[in-house]
Every structure is written in structure tokens, then in C-alpha cells.
Design a protein. Structure first.
Length: 266
């Protein structure tokens, strides 16, 4: 029960990994501030969290908007008086080659969601996390460690995210704040259905073999356990662990593994 009465601000909480994280934390008695754009979906998640033993408030938030990120933090402090944990989970992916992109604005939007959204929330929460000697969790991706075809903009945003949080970890170490970076592989979260296609619109279907990849619930369990232990990083697949080592001595082989994974959808 590491998160009992722990005030957790969780972005991207309305579905997928975020929803599963909310459920796991609620089961430990966490006091949750659930953020995403869709308030109606958030209310459904909040109701379930209360049934599982947690407290939950809903704050409709577009993480690409700096003002809304600041207001999210202010609402959390107004409701609970403090912030103990910030989980930057809101994210968006893509499924297109660069040459097929019809509007480069879609790649800019990926950066705003995945990188700037995390940066805004962290910046405004940081003074309160210093007071509580709290936790910061960044949900990145295996794409943050290597190149992935059809993921140019997504990988770039996650690389930026990891660089930011690895640097921040050093800055806040003396303040007693831990920074945990999670590196999920493919997860059956529904995220890929919302991935941007060449036209900049959501795909509307999932090109992955959902029955052969990690569930959102398993991913959430590992993130919660890693955050509780204040781990530096959480690498979630043997392929990812092997790839980190292999990239040092045979980077071309890692490229081929990434290409094959996309082609197979698993």
C-alpha cells in the first residue's frame, strides 16, 4: 500500500494505460487527480476508482495548453493540499512514414502532447513535489531508445521526453524527489487506434496483434511497482532489454528487429 493517501496527479487517465493506472492506485487508497480532455470518460474512471477504495477528482485538461496544466496542478493542491506523485502518462502516437505525411503540423502536435505536456505539468508541480519529497513518473516508450519506422515524430518526442527527465533527475536528487521513466513496448491500450495517420487524423483501427502484446493492466502494474520502489527506469520487455545492449555492438541488427516488429504488429 505504498500509495495509500498519496496524492497522485495522473494525465491521460481516461483510457488505456492511464485508466489502468488509476484503478491500480485506487486499490491502494490513493487520492487521485485524474486529467484528460474528455471529462465524461474521466467521470466513469473516477467512479470506478472510488469503488476500489480511492478518492478521485476530475480535471478536464488538454496538456498541450500550458495554462490548463497549471490549473490542473492548482486544482490538485486546492483539493488535497499537496502533491505527492505526478504521473506524466498522456501521449499520442503515429503510424505513417515521413514521406507520406500530408501535414507536418501533425508531427508538431505529437511533440506538444508527448513532450511539452509532460514538461508543463512537471514545471508547475515541482514546487509541491519538493515539499513532499515526491515522485515523478514519465511514461515514455521503447521508441525513446531507438529508431522505429513509421514513428519518426513519435520517437523524436519520446527521445526529448527521456532527455528532459534524465536531466531533471539530477537536478532534483538533493530535494528528495525520485524520477522514474517507464519504457513500455507494444501495449493493448487503444492508443494505436488513436494514432495519427498520414492525413493527421486518428487511424480508427488497431494494426497490432492485440492478443500477442502486453495488456494495459500488466503495464500499469509494473509502473506502479517501479514508482513505489523509486526505480530509475522500468523496461518492460526482454526485447527492449536485449535491444539496449545489442545497439552498442550491432546497431544494424536492432534496426532490423524494429522493422520486423512493425511489420508483424507485435
Amino acid at each position: 500500500m505504498d500509495f495509500k493517501e498519496n496524492v497522485v496527479v495522473l494525465t491521460g487517465a481516461s483510457t488505456g494505460i492511464g485508466e489502468a493506472l488509476a484503478h491500480k492506485l485506487a486499490e491502494q487508497g490513493a487520492w487521485l487527480v485524474l486529467a484528460a480532455r474528455n471529462a465524461q470518460k474521466l467521470e466513469v474512471v473516477a467512479t470506478e476508482c472510488r469503488k476500489r477504495g480511492g478518492r478521485a477528482v476530475v480535471v478536464a485538461t488538454d496538456v498541450t495548453d500550458e495554462t490548463e496544466c497549471r490549473e490542473l496542478v492548482e486544482r490538485a493542491v486546492a483539493e488535497y493540499g499537496r502533491i505527492d506523485t505526478l504521473i506524466n502518462n498522456a501521449g499520442l502516437s503515429m503510424w505513417m512514414k515521413l514521406e507520406d505525411v500530408e501535414d507536418l503540423g501533425s508531427l508538431e502536435y505529437l511533440m506538444r502532447v508527448n513532450f511539452f505536456g509532460s514538461m508543463y505539468c512537471t514545471y508547475y508541480a515541482l514546487p509541491y513535489l519538493k515539499q513532499s519529497k515526491g515522485r515523478i513518473v514519465a511514461v515514455a516508450s521503447v521508441a525513446a531508445r531507438t529508431g522505429i519506422p513509421t514513428r519518426t515524430g513519435y520517437a523524436a518526442s519520446k527521445h526529448a521526453m527521456v532527455g528532459f527527465f534524465e536531466s531533471l533527475r539530477i537536478e532534483v536528487e538533493d530535494d528528495g524527489i525520485s524520477v522514474t521513466i517507464a519504457f513500455p513496448d507494444f501495449v493493448a491500450s487503444g492508443m494505436h487506434t488513436r494514432s495519427l495517420g498520414a492525413d493527421g487524423k486518428p487511424l480508427g483501427h488497431n494494426p497490432l496483434q492485440v492478443d500477442k502484446i502486453m495488456t494495459s493492466e500488466e503495464c500499469a502494474r509494473r509502473i506502479v511497482e517501479g514508482a513505489a520502489a523509486r526505480k530509475r527506469q522500468i523496461v518492460m520487455s526482454n526485447r527492449s532489454r536485449f535491444g539496449q545492449w545489442l545497439k552498442l555492438i550491432a546497431p544494424g541488427r536492432v534496426d532490423r528487429i524494429a522493422k520486423k516488429a512493425i511489420e508483424k504488429g507485435r
